[in-house]
Design a protein around this ligand. Structure first.
Ligand SMILES: Nc1ncnc2c1ncn2[C@@H]1O[C@H](COP(=O)(O)OP(=O)(O)OP(=O)(O)O)[C@@H](O)[C@H]1O
Ligand SMILES: [Mg+2]
Length: 321
């Protein structure tokens, strides 16, 4: 596990934002800077952390962790489906094929859980027994494992609108996907989830649920895009405590990205007003947890690349500029 002083010395070198007009048309998400040109998309993962829909701060090595976690999973699933990756020229950067995203997120759930309005458990508690075309039995308890993992698609709403959970049937009726495409994506999503479950199980981790995005390449091939099995797109629990906590009806122990969010809430920030000053120790602990998540999920050591990230990226992207 990484040394505290390495994280501390990186506090002044985190990656906040980039500006590379030469890389192409720019699109900035909450944490990733995307540049598109000539059929490729360069995605730079910054160290920004957002919570309560606000940009809060930067966390040392967070961008590297998220980028390299996705890299680990793209590499470990490429026999199931091709992906958008062309190369990783820098620890924080992926160069990808520019694809036409399919208008759907494929969510796979192995367990019934969650507290938000879109969660399976929330729907179930309200009496829903047909969830996105999946018939759920009576008597399920919170955090219970489904007999078989289920696929619950969600439409990718235009900016401002909310994503909507739908059944495959509805996707087909609305002509968002053909029946063949939906069946193909369902099978692939279940196979990807199964692979994720097998690999994390060796680490004592449960991949609870996750979402996948797909796109079409210029030659018409459907590939996996965006990110895969990162803490931003997935939920992870600790396997050794699962059964006991489930029977005692206690919350599961999770690999969480909520540490800073919880600190903010304790300091009376839930999205309104000014973001409180975040002490270095809190940032360092947040970084340590991201790195720990990387090591727990992959079973590999994290090689922190310290120093001035923007200078390094500029050098590593030289051939694209
Ligand atoms: N290879 C690709 N080709 C085309 N689009 C892609 C590719 N990979 C990812 N995308 C899409 O690019 C968009 C940008 O993603 P990004 O995560 O940076 O921002 P966002 O999803 O708009 O916001 P958020 O910060 O909430 O995730 C997403 O809609 C994603 O589906
Ligand atoms: Mg996104």
């Amino acid at each position: 596990m990484i040394n505290h002083d390495i994280i501390k010395s990186q506090l002044s070198h985190t990656l906040q934002s980039t500006d590379f007009p030469g890389l192409g048309k720019e699109y900035k998400g909450k944490v990733r800077d995307n540049y598109s040109k000539d059929g490729r998309r360069i995605i730079i993962v910054t160290d920004k952390l957002s919570a309560f829909d606000k940009n809060i701060t930067t966390i040392p090595f967070k961008g590297q962790v998220l980028n390299q976690l996705a890299k680990f999973w793209f590499e470990n699933t490429s026999d199931i489906i091709g992906n958008h990756v062309i190369e990783y020229p820098d620890p924080n950067v992926v160069v990808a094929k520019e694809c036409t995203p399919l208008p759907v997120e494929m969510i796979v759930r192995g367990y019934i859980t969650g507290v938000t309005s879109t969660s399976a458990w929330t729907h179930y508690q309200k009496g829903v027994r047909n969830f996105c075309g999946n018939i759920l039995p009576e008597g399920l308890k919170r955090d219970q494992k489904f007999e078989k993992p289920i696929v619950t698609p969600s439409t990718k709403a235009a900016h401002g609108d909310h994503d909507e959970s739908v059944s495959g049937q509805e996707l087909i009726e609305r002509q968002l996907l053909t029946a063949d495409e939906f069946n193909h994506l369902s099978n692939i999503s279940l196979a990807l989830y199964q692979r994720g479950v097998e690999i994390t199980a060796k680490q004592g981790i449960i991949l609870v649920d996750t979402k996948y995005e797909f796109g079409k390449t210029s030659s018409g091939e459907i590939v996996l895009i965006d990110e895969i099995h990162t803490p931003d797109s997935s939920r992870f629990w600790f396997a050794d405590e699962y059964a006991e906590r489930f029977h005692k009806e206690e919350p599961q122990k999770k690999i969480d990205k909520e540490y800073l969010r919880e600190w903010l809430a304790q300091n009376n920030f839930t999205g309104e007003g000014e973001v409180p000053e975040i002490p270095d120790d809190i940032k360092i602990e947040t970084a340590r947890r991201y790195i720990e998540a990387y090591e727990l999920i992959t079973g590999q050591n994290f090689n922190a690349e310290s120093g001035n990230i923007l200078e390094r990226i500029t050098k590593n992207l030289n051939k694209y500029l």
